[in-house]
Ligand binder design. Structure first.
Ligand code: N01
Length: 538
């Protein structure tokens, strides 16, 4: 990191990223009367929804839920058009929020942060952007998101490929045409599932290269029921209050019993009802589906039957049914017409577990047993998740210790918000918080409110710096580990456990105890006068 000697400007706070987390953080810091600079590498706001503009991209959380709750006028005035909002609409919403609260004037666009260094002599962060310019700030807040570091496979030969190629997480802003093209798509997670559905009707031929099938639950997406939305909006405050303490930040009706303990006919009815509701309702049907292998197997068998009903060719259906992981332990996909897409004449599924991709050739993809001529390759190969975006930055705390070194064997945080040795540094939805297991907008609001209250407290008391105690951080690490291991998640190779990235420590880092429990823990920390934190006088 090249750093200029003298900061070009001084701020009370620097925020990294202008996605939903960065936008709300800026809004709240302004309310404290702070001067703030937000650095954003894109040329617009929206974060995830700015970058992931691949065909068919939409949210897997319902639009009335996946939206800010901090301002009633905002939530009342914004009209969503579909049950699950498409990417363009969410991006328009992010822009609406930025404009409504006049946020853009404090954001510098097309300016990524290279790194930041804590200067203990005057207790300030020196933040250097990718162009080498440095500014200083008392507080440094990461709003980099959990899924913003795209992961590309390292197959040889890509540089020689003569067609077009794209990664779903870095999709171009210009229109991409599939018409008349032979398109190859690598990856069958949420991005791959959505892209498959959207590309198949446009392309001459779509070849889907699948390493691991994932479970996908129908979204039953469609125009939003305006009457139901009006009723919800009339009661929005109560709905949001329930969301804040719900397991994943979305109030679901759960049966309350162990799935395996109920009679088969009743369980089948319950699964059918949850299937008809769609999306994450399915995995929330019984509270033990993500903690008990037997109950999970019953839900998985139900979904396998549904897949067989949808796919005309039984051999093809068998290839699409996951066998290597319990349902929901890799992030569930939510679709409208995914399995049915494989009934089309112009769609082929290639099992690259059986015959792996060997290389990209100038004209397509070569697997162990065939050559596939292609005009375009779409990589829906996911992200270096959760810690990846933070580890890309060169963040150095007290005594020059780097976050990368400190976290070499896995992230260490207190509440997913702070880390020992990094005074006045906060992370929004960091590792050790519910983050990716939750409705992100709810978690973002909770984190930003916690950070804002904490900073206001420091100001009121004239305290110079805050960081967690080593004990609090170690104890929280133990809690995250123990709670995680009451679930089925840690035993699976997924981006949740870092298994998708070569060399990454295999750890399940989100806090799995639920959004409500986590919120209560944070409230208790504050009620006990920031228990677990060390406050240093100015
Ligand atoms: O990424 P993924 P994603 N060769 O990691 C395969 C959110 N999201 O971008 O399972 C061949 O899930 C990989 O195979 P395997 C959501 O949280 C939300 O789809 O490792 N294949 C897998 O099939 C989601 O979970 C929405 O064997 C390779 C796929 O690529 C998260 O983002 C929409 C490979 C990657 O799947 C990430 O989703 C989109 C290789 N070298 C995303 N490397 C919604 O809201 C990887 N794969 C709906």
């Amino acid at each position: 990191m090249k750093e200029t000697q003298n900061p070009a400007a001084h701020f009370d706070a620097v925020v990294i990223g202008a996605g939903f987390a960065g936008l709300y953080m800026l809004h709240r810091l302004r309310q404290l009367g702070f001067t703030v600079r937000v650095f954003e590498r894109g040329d617009g706001v929206g974060g995830t929804w700015y970058w992931n503009r691949y065909p068919g991209a939409r949210c897997d959380t319902e639009s009335v839920t996946y939206s800010f709750s901090f301002d009633d006028e905002l939530q009342q005035e914004w009209e969503w058009t579909e049950r699950y909002a498409p990417q363009a609409e969410i991006l328009a919403y992010a822009n609406h929020v930025a404009e409504r609260f006049d946020l853009k004037r404090d954001i510098v666009f097309e300016t990524g942060v290279a790194g930041a260094r804590y200067d203990a002599t005057d207790g300030r962060w020196l933040v250097t952007d990718e162009r080498g310019q440095t500014v200083s700030a008392r507080f440094l807040i990461s709003a980099v998101g959990c899924l913003s570091a795209a992961a590309m496979p390292d197959y040889p030969g890509l540089a020689e490929f003569r067609g077009e190629w794209y990664h779903t997480g870095q999709w171009p802003h210009e229109a991409v045409s599939f018409t008349g093209k032979r398109v190859g798509l690598v990856g069958t997670g949420s991005s791959g599932v959505q892209s498959t559905i959207a590309i198949a009707p446009q392309a001459a031929h779509l070849t889907v290269f699948q390493r691991t099938p994932n479970y996908s639950i129908p979204a039953w997406n469609g125009p939003l029921d305006q009457q139901a939305t009006r009723a919800l909006k009339a009661n929005y405050a109560e709905w949001r209050a329930r969301s804040r303490y719900a397991q994943i930040g979305i109030p679901f009706d759960s049966n309350g019993q162990a799935a395996k303990s109920v009679p088969p006919a009743e369980r089948e009815r319950e699964f059918e009802a949850a299937w008809a509701e769609g999306g994450f309702n399915f995995v929330m049907a019984y509270p033990d589906l993500l903690t008990d292998l037997d109950s999970n197997r019953m839900a998985a068998d139900f979904v396998a039957r549904k897949i067989r009903e949808k796919v005309a060719d039984p051999a093809l259906a068998a290839k699409l049914i996951p066998t290597d992981h319990p349902l929901g332990t890799k992030r569930l996909c939510v679709d409208t017409g995914y399995y049915e897409t494989f009934n089309r004449d112009n769609v082929t599924l290639v099992d690259i577990r059986a015959a792996p991709i060997e290389r990209i050739t100038p004209t397509g993809i070569r697997t162990a047993d065939a050559d596939y001529p292609l005009d375009m390759i779409v990589f829906a190969t996911g992200f270096d998740a959760i810690t990846g975006p933070l580890m890309k930055l060169d963040i150095r705390g007290r005594d020059g210790v780097s976050l990368r070194d400190k976290w070499a064997d896995g992230p260490r945080t207190y509440l997913g918000l702070t880390s020992v040795g990094f005074p006045n540094f906060f992370m929004i939805t960091g590792p050790g918080s519910p983050s990716v297991l939750s409705n992100m907008l709810m978690s973002i609001e909770q984190h930003v409110d916690f950070i804002t209250d904490c900073i206001a407290m420091l100001e009121q008391r004239g305290i110079g710096a805050i960081e967690p105690s080593a004990q609090a951080e170690a104890d929280w690490g133990t809690t995250v580990h123990e709670v995680g291991h009451t679930t089925l998640y840690p035993h699976v190779q997924s981006w949740y456990t870092g298994a998708n990235i070569a060399g990454k420590p295999r750890l399940f880092t989100p806090y799995a105890g639920g959004v409500g429990t986590y919120r209560r823990i944070c409230e208790q920390v504050v009620a006990r006068d920031y228990e677990g934190f060390v406050l240093q006088p100015a």
